[in-house]
Design a protein around this ligand. Structure first.
Ligand SMILES: O=C(O)CCC(=O)C(=O)O
Ligand SMILES: [Fe+2]
Length: 398
């Protein structure tokens, strides 16, 4: 619908109060159409603002009606955060979510059954070297001498240190009761379906938060297709959870180095990565243009890394490579070598020159609850959830 036809429609409806709802829905539809018409980076912020404001108007009138469809209203408000980042209205949206939730009947999450413990995974399967482990450096030492290559700080986030207080998230985020109580009822989240984003048939969907927690193994042993709450700004949606973490001082510093691909965000960018270890969800080898403090909160994550100067040997997707359609279009920063996805033997057999040139320089580790991995921009990294239970990591890009 164009602005002109929208204006005509609104004009026709101005004298008819019973059609107010339709007009608000039309405004949101108009914004949604524009948001979906181009790649997300090119969406004009005015459509995100309109989408958000129209959602707020719709919710307000919904809440004032005698029988509000409360769950649908909460879902709409979550969508305004997921799609538009809340567009300067985050506080209002959270206020409305709270009001809508207070209209729902008392919510009684089931107690979480205890899940069997899996044996610890061995640290090296796909690389000849471990990722170096350090004691937490001071911010000054980090800036001047530690930030040029990846390292791991074991148990960093579950104890106090000079650069970061211990995270209350430990012990809380494996409890479905806690997570559901903090989120409140009726919430939805965007998830990925499929084992890896470069697999054929991979897709994305919005699902109820509680259903996601069940599928990711927080409530019972997971069954069915792998579901990954990946690279999502969950704290924007559920600010209560952000109180359970602390940003390490490193992420406010500007390390002393020159990276051609570096793109510093305005402030540290927080994302969660949540899924079941038993689904063995893989993030294929790829690069990001940021420094990363990556913290494992629940479960285990296998990490494989290789240095940026090997990019030409990484066999990244090209416009004419044999990957999925999505891969052909968008994945120049993603390798086609199925590290962590195929068995090491199968991965090397299909990519012998990669085995010869990259493997000797690659490093690997398994992150366990409390560990922090640091990576500079441009390092190739692949990740895989391990173990039987749920896994939860937080990345801090800076
Ligand atoms: O945890 C994952 O699956 C991938 C994380 C990642 O790629 C990142 O933090 O940049
Ligand atoms: Fe990444």
């Amino acid at each position: 619908m164009t602005c002109r036809t929208l204006a005509a429609t609104l004009h026709d409806e101005l004298s008819d109060d019973s059609r107010i709802e339709t007009r608000r829905a039309l405004l949101r539809q108009l914004a949604d159409d524009h948001i979906n018409a181009v790649p997300f980076q090119q969406v004009d912020v005015k459509w995100l603002q309109l989408y958000t404001d129209a959602t707020i108007l719709e919710t307000l009138s919904g809440l004032l009606s005698p029988h509000p469809a409360t769950l649908a209203l909460i879902c709409q408000l979550d969508m305004a955060i997921i799609i538009a980042g809340g567009a300067n209205r985050l506080e209002t949206i959270h206020l409305l979510i709270g009001i809508a939730q207070s209209r729902l009947e008392a919510h009684c999450p089931q107690p979480t059954p205890s899940l069997p413990k899996a044996p610890l995974a061995p640290d090296l399967l796909y690389a000849p070297h471990p990722i170096p482990e350090l004691d937490p450096p001071s911010v000054e030492a980090f800036i001047t001498s530690c930030s040029a290559s990846p390292f791991i700080l074991r148990g960093f986030a579950n104890r106090d240190s000079e650069v970061c207080p211990s995270w209350p998230a430990f012990g809380r985020w494996s409890s479905a009761d806690y997570l559901l109580a903090t989120a409140g009822p009726g919430r939805v989240v965007p998830v990925e379906l499929g084992r890896a984003y470069d697999d054929e048939g991979w897709s994305q969907r919005i699902v109820p938060f509680e259903d996601f927690l069940r599928r990711a193994g927080f409530l019972e042993n997971p069954t069915g297709e792998a579901m990954y709450l990946a690279q999502h700004s969950l704290f924007r949606q559920m600010p209560g959870l952000e109180e359970d973490i602390a940003i390490p001082d490193y992420a406010w510093s500007l390390p002393d180095a020159d990276y051609p691909a570096y793109r510093r965000p305005a402030e540290p960018e927080l994302s969660v990565w949540v899924g079941s270890g038993s689904s063995e969800i893989v993030s294929p080898p790829h690069t990001d243009p940021f420094f990363n403090c990556y913290i494992q909160v629940v479960g285990e994550k296998r990490v494989w890394i290789a240095p940026p100067h090997l990019s030409h040997q990484m066999e990244a997707h090209t416009p004419d490579s044999n990957g999925s359609v999505a891969a052909k279009e968008y994945m120049g920063n993603t390798s086609r070598v199925p590290i962590l996805k195929a068995s090491p033997g199968d991965a090397w057999a299909a990519h012998p020159s990669f085995k010869e040139s990259v493997y000797p320089h690659s490093r690997e580790a398994v992150l366990r609850s409390g560990d922090m991995l640091f990576m500079p921009p441009g390092w190739w990294h692949a990740m895989r959830g391990e173990g039987a239970g749920p896994g939860w990591s937080v990345s801090i890009w800076f």
